[in-house]
Design a protein around this ligand. Structure first.
Ligand SMILES: Nc1nc2c(c(=O)[nH]1)N(C=O)[C@@H](CNc1ccc(C(=O)N[C@@H](CCC(=O)O)C(=O)O)cc1)CN2
Ligand SMILES: Nc1nc2c(ncn2[C@@H]2O[C@H](COP(=O)(O)OP(=O)(O)OP(=O)(O)O)[C@@H](O)[C@H]2O)c(=O)[nH]1
Ligand SMILES: [Mg+2]
Length: 427
């Protein structure tokens, strides 16, 4: 097996840059560059030299023994001064060591998976953790990274194995005169797992929103102040505003965090019967995006009615409070009601992620659905009586395999490339 190395920290100038080395010969990198192998888990200050003896940097060297590292392999870290030139010189020395090569993106984590340091759900969660930009994303990713989904799958697995074994014992003793009816116990076990699967499935859209974010569209007639509101909510001048009705044509997107949740705010073209063909295209886009958004903020001038269907959770506000003097209205000019609108958006969105599942990905959903189908089939067979117990237990075994694929217990080679494709170099 190759020994791999890569910059583990972000590219470019920095206070400190960490180069990570993992593999059977990792310690020889410490020897080659630092002259000795510091005691494991003790950061040691060393002059790093190239083979000619020239000093490349004065750095911290940190070794992890095989079986007690992130990857499970011997690992050496060089904590360098974050200079592009130092980094290049150190990487060159490493590349010249026999059996050493640059790591592929995600390859350290892949080795951690291969050495059972992480299960597949934890690998995915690690990718999410690194991508996390909001508080809710960090909390969800951290929960799964701590192994919560993996433990849940292990519990289901244990419950299902117990059920299948009960059935199989009954089959084995079918000829003997021991009339034990196991069907109630088996049914209870299958139903427990089934209920958990249902709960996870119904919480998936919330989890997906935490991962990918909510879309909130600001809609209303031209000139009511939608773009001004977008700018006020985002706290920056993201969209052009003007006194001309029909200013906004394309959908303007602004990413922000509301109540710890990732939100994309959409500013849209004002809705009206327009003559101008470009404006008409903009309005068609506005309608489409408002329709698919998770939530709409209807911004109205005095006397306006919402132009589109108002769905549960949608917010309706009157604009330009400073002109109307209406204490219920909001004003992007004075800021009246803007904080409250953010609070209301946060409350509405938070309610939607209350019962988030731990499963966030399509492959989780597919495994849950397939597992549940097998359990349903098993439950139906169970009702047909002991002659069908063998087929029922086979269905339970298939359910177990489907769920095992979640944590990578069964062969998932073909999945790995897909999962690791999203990793950054050095992870
Ligand atoms: N410098 C540095 N910081 C880092 C990492 C790293 O690799 N290097 N990590 C990497 O992403 C994270 C920490 N993750 C780690 C996970 C496990 C082990 C480890 O050595 N595990 C052993 C021993 C456990 C123990 O002593 O408690 C083990 O699990 O057997 C080290 C780091 C975040 N910070
Ligand atoms: N007095 C006052 N004027 C506002 C307020 N909000 C927006 N305006 C003004 O109203 C005009 C229209 O604002 P925009 O934000 O461009 O309106 P819009 O809804 O995006 O308009 P379209 O893009 O054409 O659909 C501009 O002149 C803004 O300065 C407000 O709260 N108070
Ligand atoms: Mg506008």
């Amino acid at each position: 097996m190759d020994t791999i190395f890569a910059l583990a920290t972000a590219n470019g100038k920095a206070g400190v840059a960490v180069v990570r080395v993992s593999g059977p010969d990792a310690f020889s990198a410490a020897e080659a560059l630092a002259g000795d192998i510091p005691a494991p888990r003790r950061a040691a200050l060393r002059k790093l030299r190239d083979p000619s003896g020239a000093v490349l940097d004065e750095a911290l060297v940190l070794c992890f023994a095989s079986g007690a590292s992130f990857t499970g392999e011997p690992v050496v870290e060089f904590h360098l001064h974050g200079s592009v030139a130092i980094l290049r010189s150190v990487l060159r020395v490493l590349a010249d060591l026999p059996g050493f090569r640059m790591a592929d993106p995600g390859e350290f984590t892949r080795r951690a998976l291969d050495h059972d340091r992480l299960d597949l759900t934890q690998v995915e969660a690690l990718a999410d953790l690194i991508e996390a930009e909001t508080e809710s994303q960090r909390v969800l990713a951290m929960t799964v990274f701590s192994g919560a989904l993996g433990r849940m799958v292990e519990d289901w697995r244990a419950e299902l194995i117990a059920a299948a074994s009960l059935l199989e014992v009954t089959i084995d003793f079918a000829d003997e005169e021991v009339p034990v009816d196991v069907s109630d116990d088996v049914r209870a076990g299958l139903l427990r797992v089934r209920a958990d699967l249902d709960r996870q499935l119904s919480g998936m859209s919330a989890a997906e929103r935490i991962r990918s974010g909510f879309e909130v569209a600001i809609v209303g007639r031209p000139n009511v102040g939608k773009s001004s509101l977008l700018n006020a909510l985002a706290g920056r001048d993201a969209a052009i505003t003007s006194e001309h009705a029909g200013t906004t044509r394309d959908v303007i997107e602004v990413r922000m965090e509301i109540a710890g949740l990732p939100v994309t705010l959409l500013d849209t073209a004002g809705l009206r019967e327009a003559e101008d063909p470009v404006e008409r295209l903009g309005i068609a886009r506005a309608r489409d995006r408002a329709d698919t958004a998770d939530l709409r903020v209807f911004l109205l001038a005095e006397g306006d009615e919402p132009e589109l269907e108002v769905r549960p959770g949608d917010l309706i506000r009157q604009s330009k409070a400073d002109l109307s003097g209406d204490p219920q209205a909001i004003s992007s000019l004075t800021g009246q009601g803007i904080e409250q609108l953010l609070t209301d958006l946060g409350t509405t969105l938070s309610e939607r992620v209350q019962r988030s599942s731990l499963a966030t990905r399509e492959r989780h959903r597919v495994a849950f659905l397939e597992g549940r189908d097998c359990l349903d089939a098993a439950l139906r067979l169970l009702d047909l009586g002991p002659e069908r117990y063998d087929v029922a237990s086979e269905e339970v075994r298939v359910a177990i395999r489907r769920l095992e694929a979640l944590i990578g217990r069964v062969d998932v080679e073909n999945l790995l490339d897909h999962i690791f494709a999203s990793f950054c170099l050095g992870k």
